[in-house]
Every structure is written in C-alpha cells, then in structure tokens.
Design a binder for this molecule. Structure first.
Ligand code: PLP
Length: 423
C-alpha cells in the first residue's frame, strides 16, 4: 500500500519506513492490514478518549448524516450547534458563556488570539496587539500558532521570517504539587515579563497545568492562580489552551478546575468529539463577548470558517460528553492514574541512568530521557509487545483512551519500562 501521493506530517518521505496501514479500530486497539492488533498508548495523540468504534458515537454520526451533514452558519443556525454551545457553557468553568466553533485545535487558538486582539482594539487599546506565551509551549502548526510556540524548540524555526514577534515568559519549573513557596520563582518570572511588555500584550496564553507537547512539563495550581491575578493587574486577557488537557486528561474535566480559575477565553478540541471528527470550540466570558456588541457592524468578530459548527461534529461531541458523564469517566481516569503511578513512579524507572524525569498526572504520563537518541527503536520494540507508542522529542508518552482497562494499561507501561531497562 505504500504511496507517495499521500504526504505524511513531520515525516522524511525519502528515508522513513512506509507507515503501517490501519484498516480498523476497536476499543483501545488499532487493527493493521495483515491482522496485527496494537494497543494504542496515545489514543491517536490525545483525542480518541472513548477508543475506536464506540457504538454510540458511530451511531450519532450516522443519525445526524441522515438529517443534515453541513450548512454554513452565516445567517443560518441549527440545533446541534446550539445544543453543543449550551452544553459547553454548562460544563466549563463558570463565566465562560459564549462559544465560537472552528475545526481544529490550531484554528481554535487562532480564533482565541484574534478575539483577544480585536477585544483590545474595540476597547481603544490597539497597541495591545501581541501575545505573551510560555517557553516550551505548543499551540499548533498554523502561522499564528507557530509564532506563540517555543521559539527555541526548533519545530517551527524554519518559518521564523514569516512569523510576528511575540513575548515569552520562562517555562514554569515547579511541579504540579509544588508548595506556594516552591512556585514563587516561576510567578516572579512571569510578573517580571509582564511588567516589561504588558503595554503591548493583548493576552497571556497557556496550557494550564501541563504543557502537552512540551514533555508534560507541569505547572502548579498556584502558578495558574497567580497568572489570573497578574493578568487582571496588567489588563491582559488570559487564554487557556485546553486542546490536550480538556475532557478529563488531568483528572478533572478541565485542567482549569485544579486551580479554580476561569480564563477569559478557553480553547477545546481533540477530546471534544472524542476524536471522531475534527472540531474546536473557543469559549469567552461576557466581558469579552459584550465588548463586540454594537450598532456598528464593524465591531462584529472578524472570523468565520466555512466548517464552523459542523452538525456531524456537534452531534458527536454532544454524544461524547453524554457518554463521559453517564459512564463516570472521572473515576476511570483516577483508576488509570493509580496504575501509571505504581508502574512508573519508582526507582527502577525514575532513577535509571538514561532517564531524567518521570511525570504522571491524571490519565497521562511521560518518561523523559536525557538524550533523544535513547528513543531510537522504542516504537519497534513496543510493537513487538503489541503496543503502539509514539516517542516524541526526549519523551516516551502514554495518554490512553479512558476505556483502556487496568491490565491493558499495565501492558503499555510494561512495554515502556522494558525499553528503559535496555537503554
Ligand atoms: N494546542 C495544544 C495544547 C495541542 O496539543 C495541539 C495539538 O497537539 C494543538 C493546540 C493543535 O491542535 P490541532 O493539531 O488540532 O491543530
């Protein structure tokens, strides 16, 4: 089946082995042509939270397809989009009362950034047109998002000439369970950055609690609360990128809940539809939304993707949220967390000479290696044990589907640990 008609992401097409052909998926497993079944340790990179082939999600798409597959929202509306907007307002942190849909995490973040800049323009502060982001952040691959990703990380350095200049604060270093004193240095660094640049900053963007592609670099709830206070003090909006952390991954429905903080704008994607269709939601508070209200059409929010609020995606998102609530996923996530902690937070893994750190939160974990070269061969090694891992940077991750059983998760961690052992 190898075909060079299909250009793969972040792949050297000349030298990389042909990608494996997936012919189906069921539960936590993907099925390859030839009959091999692999336990997907990353649930398609954070998104397939119910696993594959979930009958309720499949049927929600089928039923909606019989009624209406798509209509553009300009001047029109439909029940799936209205119901999903109202549901998201109900389940997200209090105060996020308005929802703007788009079709991917990157575009959801673009929407958030444009919303923040236009908000500042409408308030008579056009000079506040830059973003403040954190080092080690990843917010997506579009031009606007690349400009707020860690500029030293290298993923987007080729495109530096294309990108606007924004501001960066140091990545937080105090862990999730840091004491207030331990979080002080990170907070002081954020304050110092804001003091220097707030006059031209529309918003501070952050992945609250954990930087997903940044190797699960964690922040403490103290830091997140301080970020809220500092944004208020310096008249800067706070944007949470919950594209990866949303829908239970950190052990709460949204990472913001660990800190009890409501951002001004919050972005959701990935788990929003349980991964079944591309979709994103950018939520905003009344304070933001009301600023756009006027007799003047020129004050309308200047964004409108063709596929925003797609009815199939909205319907499957509603079903995904219903399953999440009815099947008490937060309890399942707590059980998966216990398995991850027991398997990975121990001397054998954390003190191995090739390993620099192990991080676990909710239903995700990363083993950080001292050297990225240590990960060459890890994927093939895991495959021999029936597990699909996707090593990235210096990290070996797992973020399994929430329907993964405890035994299946032990099989995943055993594959990760046996790779550590042979390093
Ligand atoms: N923000 C975060 C935190 C992400 O992890 C990702 C994707 O991995 C994105 C944004 C971009 O989402 P998408 O790949 O859907 O554009």
């Amino acid at each position: 089946m190898p075909s060079n008609a299909l250009w793969h992401p972040y792949a050297q097409m000349q030298t990389q082995p042909a990608p494996l052909e997936v012919v189906g998926g069921q539960g936590a497993y993907i099925e390859l042509s030839g009959g091999e079944r692999l336990l997907d340790a990353t649930c398609s990179w954070w998104c397939m939270i119910h696993g594959y082939g979930h009958p309720r999600l499949v049927s929600a798409i089928q039923q909606q397809a019989d009624t209406l597959c798509h209509v553009m929202l300009g001047g029109l509306s439909h029940a799936p989009a209205v119901e999903l907007a109202e549901t998201l307002v109900r389940i997200t942190p209090p105060g996020l009362d308005h929802v703007f849909f788009s079709d991917s995490g990157s575009v959801g973040m673009e929407v958030a950034m444009k919303m923040a800049v236009q908000y500042q323009v409408l308030r008579g502060r056009p000079q506040k047109h830059r973003m403040l982001s954190l080092m080690r952040a990843y917010h997506g691959d579009t031009s606007g998002c690349m400009a707020v990703c860690d500029p030293e990380e290298g993923m987007h350095s080729l495109f530096a000439g294309l990108l606007p200049r924004h501001h960066f604060a140091p990545a937080p270093t105090a862990p999730f369970d840091a004491s207030p004193q331990e979080a002080e240095a990170d907070i002081a660094a954020l304050r110092a950055t804001l003091e220097a640049c707030h006059h031209e900053v529309a918003a501070l963007l952050m992945e609250p609690l954990l930087q997903a592609a940044g190797g699960l670099n964690m922040t403490s709830p103290h830091y997140v609360r301080a970020a809220r206070e500092l944004c208020d003090e310096f008249d800067v909006l706070l944007i949470f990128d919950e594209v990866a952390t949303g829908f239970g991954r950190t052990g709460k429905l949204f990472a913001a809940e660990h800190a009890g903080v409501t951002p001004d704008i919050m972005v959701l994607s990935k788990g929003l539809t349980g991964g079944y269709l591309g979709h994103a939601a950018t939520l905003a508070t009344n304070q933001v939304y009301d600023t756009f209200l006027s007799d003047d059409d020129g004050h309308a929010f200047m964004h409108g993707p063709t596929f925003m609020g797609n009815p199939l995606a909205c319907r499957v998102a509603l079903e995904s949220i219903a399953v999440f609530e009815e099947e008490d996923y937060l309890s399942k996530i707590a059980e998966l967390n216990a398995v991850l902690r027991e398997a990975l937070l121990n001397e054998r893994v954390a003190h191995h000479p090739a390993v620099s750190d192990v991080r676990v939160l909710g239903a995700c974990a990363a083993i950080e290696f001292k050297d990225a070269a240590s990960l060459a061969g890890a994927q093939t090694h895991a495959r021999r044990q029936g597990v699909w891992l996707r090593p990235f940077g210096r990290w070996l991750y797992t973020m399994p589907a929430y329907i993964t059983t405890q035994d299946e998760l032990r099989q995943i961690t055993a594959a990760m640990i046996s790779w550590v052992d042979q390093c």
